[in-house]
Design a binder for this molecule. Sequence first.
Ligand SMILES: Cc1cc2nc3c(=O)[nH]c(=O)nc-3n(C[C@H](O)[C@H](O)[C@H](O)COP(=O)(O)OP(=O)(O)OC[C@H]3O[C@@H](n4cnc5c(N)ncnc54)[C@H](O)[C@@H]3O)c2cc1C
Length: 252
Amino acid sequence: MHAELISNRHFGPYAHLTFSAPALARRAKPGQFVEIRLTGGNAPFWRRPFSICRAGSGRVEFLIKARGRGSQLLAQAAPKTMVDMVGPLGNGFTLAGKQPRLLVGGGYGIAPMLFLAQQLRAKNIPVEVFIGGRCGDDLLLRREMKLTGARVTCSTEDGSYGHTGRVTEPLEARLKQAKAPVRIAACGPHAMLKAVTRLAAHYRAEAEVSLEEVMACGLGVCNGCVVKIKGEYQRVCKDGPVFQAKDVDWHA
Ligand SMILES: Cc1cc2nc3c(=O)[nH]c(=O)nc-3n(C[C@H](O)[C@H](O)[C@H](O)COP(=O)(O)OP(=O)(O)OC[C@H]3O[C@@H](n4cnc5c(N)ncnc54)[C@H](O)[C@@H]3O)c2cc1C
């Protein structure tokens, strides 16, 4: 589908883009993603995958970190720019169940967590969000998260904002105190997801992780994004991007 860019707010290397895309907004679920590139021209050849950060009222939002050509072109786009989108793609996070949720986002991995927090809060499920980054500039969507009614804890590795250290440290402190079962959902760098998986196993919490592998077609055809899940190859684009953390073979 084609969609028009309505607004683009910049934060350092990050851009928060809002598109008018009513059909997509109606069907989107938290944890799903969309393949996007600018309309016209053919660079880059493949559309690039981005998590849906928020959807509703005919609009869909993304949080994009400018890295290579595809993400840079999108991050620099001006309002009224038209883009080509394929989506929503992938499975999404589990919304069923009333257990309190601990949402963990590292860097732009916080993007799908905003949509998830919003939908969980709409079902009256308690949500605590753990946002991590290298420095204060990497702590994204803090205000938007608080507006959902979630409790927000921030961590930076350089100590410039919130807890000094890794995002998994306050997460572990929270898991230690848990008197009732909680569920974790996480998205971010592999090392963070691995650490979340270890903590979830140790504290016997269910955990889902969203994997952001380098991806080409996004439609389950090219098999470029396979990961090992319970000893079998699975495609992040079609079978994921959300998997049970305990099923991921982190050493493959
Ligand atoms: C399901 C999914 C959801 C994603 N959601 C977001 C999001 O919400 N916001 C966001 O900013 N990015 C997200 N990404 C990552 C984003 O798709 C890549 O950063 C982007 O495709 C890079 O394309 P490029 O043309 O800018 O850079 P390229 O020139 O293709 O690559 C630039 C550098 O980025 C690395 N790279 C490429 N793809 C990835 C990736 N998937 N993960 C880590 N490194 C990568 C390359 O190896 C290279 O070093 C997501 C990826 C997936 C698979």
